[in-house]
Structures are given as C-alpha cells and as structure tokens.
Design a protein around this ligand. Structure first.
Ligand code: BG6
Length: 496
C-alpha cells in the first residue's frame, strides 16, 4: 500500500540531520513503499521548492559520498511542506485535507513522526485523534514519538494514558535510536545465533559487565534542555538501559515485538531498587568544570554531566553480577562499549613462573578473559585471552581475537534511523520501546535522581574536559573490587 510520512517539526535539526538523510538512503536503496510522500509540518511558511532546496544541501552534507544528484531529484518530488502550528486546533483538519489530496483520496498507510518539543506530544496526539487521523479504516495509522518520553515515571504514565486515548499500543512507536544501531542489533545475533557464547553468558563465568557511553561533545547550545534533564534522563533511562536489556535478557522465543519486549521488561523488573543510602554507595556523579559557563546554565547548577551507576539484577542468571553503567559528556574520547569481564580460572598452576616485564604479567591478577563489544565508533568485537609468550618459560600476555564490521563487511554502516523508520512503516515494533518498558525504566531512574536532588551540593565531583570523568570514579569502582576498562578504540585499525 502507498505510504505517507508526516514529520511534525520539519524545520528542526533532527529532520535535516537524521530523518531526511535516512529516508533519502532508503529511496536510494529502493526500500521505500511506492508511492511514498513525505510531508514536513512546521510553523514557518516555506514553499515545497524552498524546503527541498534546503534539504538537498543538508542531505548532501550528511550522507557524504553516497549522495547521488539523480536519485535526490527523484526523491525530492516526494517532499512536500505544510505550514501549520501544532498548538492550533485548525491545523489538523487542514493538514488532513492536504494529505488526502496528496493521496488522491486513495487508502494509504500513514506514519506521523513527532519530532517536536515533548511539551507538545500529548496535545498533538489529541488533535490527530480529534481530526480523525488515527482512524485505520483507510490504512494503518502509526505514530513515532521521540525521546524523552516523560521526565519521570509519573509524567511517562500520564503521556502513555494520553497517547492510548487516541492510538492503540500497536500503533505507537517510542523511538530510541540506539536500538537501530547495527552493533546493538548484533548483540542479539552474537548471543542467540551462536551456540558458543550463551552457555557462558551467566553468573558462573561472568564476573561483571561494564557499559560505557562516553562522548567528547559538551552540552553547548542544548544547555537549556540539558539543565533540566541531566545525564540520567538524557542517556541512562533510555540508551544505557536498552544496552543493558539486550546484554542481559533471556532468549526470546521468537524475534517479534512482543516476545523481545517481554524479555526486556523482565530484566528491567529484576533490577534491584535502591534506597537513598544505597544510591549514595552505588552511584557517582560529576560535572565537567566549564559546564556552569555554558549559556543557559545556572551559576550553581548541580546538573550531572557524568554518572556511574552499579545495578544488580535479581534473577538466576545474574545474581551477584554487577552491571556498571557510566556515561559522560566532555570525555577523552567518544566510545560506546560493553565489556563483559569473565571470571579468573579457579586455579592457576602457572602462578610461580618468571618475572614480569613490560606488558607481560607474572600473576595474571587482572588478566581474566574479557569480551569487548564496541558499539561505536570502532564497531566490532574483541576477545581478550592469555597466550604464552614465545621463548620464555611460561610467561603469559593478554592477546586478542578481533572482529571489525568495517573490515568484514565493506561499506558504511547504515544510520540507525534508516532501520527504525523502515520498521515503523512496516508495522514492526520489535526495536521500539513499549509503554510498560518505558515506565519500568523510569522506575529504576527516579529513585536515583530524587536521591541526588535531595542530597548535598558537595556530592557532585568535578572533572576536567578530556578526562575519563571525575578522578573519584576510579576509587569508586575499586571499592567493589573492579577496575574501569578505560581504553579509546583504535579507529585507524578499525577503518584500515
Ligand atoms: C541523544 C542524547 O539521545 O543521544 C544526546 O540526547 C547524545 O545527548 C546522543 O549526545 C548520543 O547519540 P549517539 O548516537 O551519537 O551515541
């Protein structure tokens, strides 16, 4: 059936940087249903021609070498602009009439993408309902809702209720772009399509798991948003907990939306809650030193730009295996990675061998096996294991098996939005968050955020930009008998 995609927030950054480039790539790969129309809605009056021209430039910039002028010209004819204010009731019947005319009155599947300020989500959904635009008698009507979905459990619940007054859950696609990343999807393949990893993927073999999402970027012009959000709401409630669920969930019986999401929700429900005293022990937060100089930030702001959180999952597979999650802005390098740290061998018969020299360890205290799952930017997997150093008696050194996506599969990895937009058009919600999943994630974050909000000003540690977060973070994890795996990915190797 034909497809109409309506983007609310057409003049926003997300539209030009991600959505239109992703749709263009889908057109280039001939994956869009035909006919397909893309309608941008924003307040500023602009003609179709002007909008197309602006998007041509930005798309060319963001897709780089894969920009093909002929393909763009064909794609551009599908782009239409509608000037309208989502705060005004009259916008919606007029928009509906404009869409029907583009669709020539024929049935069409529609995808409404809310790429607008979250304060307008509930009202926009209601207006869509009032204008009859959620009615499915002439094709599937689906809505994609960007993050943040609420700012805590209560607001997320309220938003879920508001959305469910108009759309059925199966029509709702809450997006978390991490779920569209190839490397995140590959976690499912690694775990559930290979027979050798799953038997050791549990408390008997794994000592702990580290999930890191570090960014070099500073908050910059997003400061007014970030001041209210902070790192927990911006990165943990969604991206980091999504990575955790993929790493920790039980094998779903089928790869379908409900089977996958049921397992993820079970993991979230098994995460142990924390009292304020437990939050003080099991979390650490920081702020990069120049944060308070950013425009839009209060001079005494306590907003965290870095956090480390230790979570325990109370189920058979993960009992007593800590999951250390951390994320920060202004870090020394951009890296998102999952470290699976395996246990040491129960008995080491080599312990008395030879002396240590550079990189060669006598007692392999820190040399248990480790799997590094590089989500970005050096997408791949490494497995660390001990090897005998040649021409020594029995000295050992950590060596590795390597897999790099860009070496094994030539070509660029697709942007997360390509996969997610296509799935939403085809009605596959496996890689989107369900209402109970979003609420379960807030249930984990809320007690931490509120313990922080009610604690002392002095509890925030400061850190220099271009470091690995506050210096106290190393002592914090050492208290639990672990060390952070602080290593920037080797990009030159990965891309060679
Ligand atoms: C967004 C956050 O959801 O994810 C940003 O709001 C963050 O603060 C971004 O920079 C990170 O996404 P990626 O894909 O670059 O890791």
């Amino acid at each position: 059936m034909s497809q109409t995609i309506v983007i609310f927030g057409a003049s926003g950054d997300l539209t030009s940087r991600k959505l239109i480039p992703a749709l263009y790539q889908l057109e280039r790969k001939k994956r869009l249903d035909k006919p397909c129309r893309i309608v941008g809605v924003s307040r500023t009056p602009t003609s179709d021609a002007e909008w197309r021209e602006k998007l041509r430039n930005t798309t060319q910039e963001f897709v780089g070498e894969s920009f093909d002028p002929h393909c763009w010209d064909a794609f551009a004819t599908t782009l239409h602009y509608f000037a309208g204010d989502v705060e005004k009731q009259e916008t919606f019947p007029k928009l509906n009439a404009a869409l029907q005319s583009l669709e020539n009155g024929e049935p069409s599947n529609r995808l409404y993408y809310l790429s607008i300020s979250p304060v307008f989500y509930a009202a926009t959904v209601k207006q869509l309902g009032d204008a009859g635009m959620a009615d499915e008698s002439h094709g599937a009507q689906r809505v994609i809702i960007e993050k943040p979905f609420g700012t805590d459990l209560e607001t997320a619940r309220r938003l879920n209720n508001d959305v469910h007054r108009v759309f059925l859950e199966r029509q709702v696609y809450r997006i978390d772009h991490y779920l569209g990343k190839e490397t995140v999807n590959n976690l499912l393949v690694l775990r559930f399509a290979n027979a050798i990893f799953e038997p050791i993927w549990n408390r008997n073999y794994i000592d702990h798991v580290q999930i890191t999402a570090n960014e070099e970027v500073l908050v910059g012009r997003r400061a007014p948003f970030y001041e209210k959000a902070g790192i927990l709401r911006d990165m943990f409630q969604n991206h980091l907990l999504q990575l955790l669920t993929f790493a920790a969930m039980e094998p779903p019986a089928r790869f379908d939306a409900d089977a996958v999401r049921d397992e993820k929700v079970k993991v979230l429900h098994a995460i142990r809650g924390m009292s304020p005293d437990e939050v003080a022990v099991n979390t650490l937060r920081g702020q990069y030193r120049s944060y308070r100089d950013e425009s839009g930030v209060a001079p005494n702001s306590r907003t965290a730009t870095y956090a480390a959180v230790r979570l325990m999952i109370d189920n058979w597979r993960w009992k007593d295996v800590p999951f250390y999650l951390r994320s920060g802005k202004g870090m020394s390098c951009r890296t998102t990675q999952i470290i699976v740290q395996f246990r040491r061998p129960p008995h080491l018969m080599f312990a008395k061998n030879g002396g240590a020299s550079d990189g060669i360890y006598q007692t392999p205290e820190i040399d248990a096996n480790r799997m590094l799952i590089q989500i970005q930017p050096a997408e791949g997997i490494q497995i660390h294991f001990l090897t005998k150093v040649p021409d020594t008696d029995m000295q050992m050194r950590q060596t590795e098996f390597q897999f790099h996506f860009r070496e094994s599969f030539r070509g660029e990895l697709p942007e997360a939005y390509e996969r997610l937009l296509l799935d939403a058009m085809h009605g596959d919600a496996s890689l989107f968050a369900r209402s109970d999943e979003v609420e379960a994630a807030w249930r984990i974050i809320d007690p931490i955020q509120s313990a922080w909000d009610n604690s002392l000003q002095s509890d925030t540690d400061f850190y220099e930009v271009n470091a690995w977060g506050p210096p106290a973070a190393s002592d914090w994890i050492r208290r639990f008998g672990c060390e952070w795996f602080d290593s920037c990915p080797l990009l030159n190797h990965a891309n060679s």
